[in-house]
Design a protein around this ligand. Structure first.
Ligand code: SF4
Ligand code: SF4
Length: 82
């Protein structure tokens, strides 16, 4: 999963672009729900939130490094539930 760091300026560019609705406004900045983030696996070739963020504050979560298999499994679970 990816992580939004505290440089986020709350521009709201990323939230509507996430195919998994994983991004939400937290207490002070936007956040990513790691249980919904597939790093865009299944949807795009690269994380679309990173592409639209004007200040490059979305990074891999060092505590949530996940394999392609794990991300692909999450994509399947999320799409079946949807
Ligand atoms: Fe959503 Fe993709 Fe960003 Fe994860 S990487 S939060 S799935 S847009
Ligand atoms: Fe924050 Fe970047 Fe999302 Fe804008 S696009 S709300 S700066 S994480």
């Amino acid at each position: 999963a990816l992580l939004i760091n505290n440089k986020c300026i709350n521009c709201d560019m990323c939230d509507p672009e996430c195919p998994n609705q994983a991004i939400y406004f937290g207490q002070t900045i936007y956040k990513i729900d790691p249980d919904k983030c597939t790093e865009c696996v299944g949807h795009y070739d690269s994380p679309t939130c990173v592409s639209v963020c004007p200040i490059d504050c979305i990074k891999p979560d060092p505590n949530k490094r996940e394999s392609l298999e794990t991300l692909a499994e999450r994509y399947l679970i999320l799409t079946q539930q949807g």
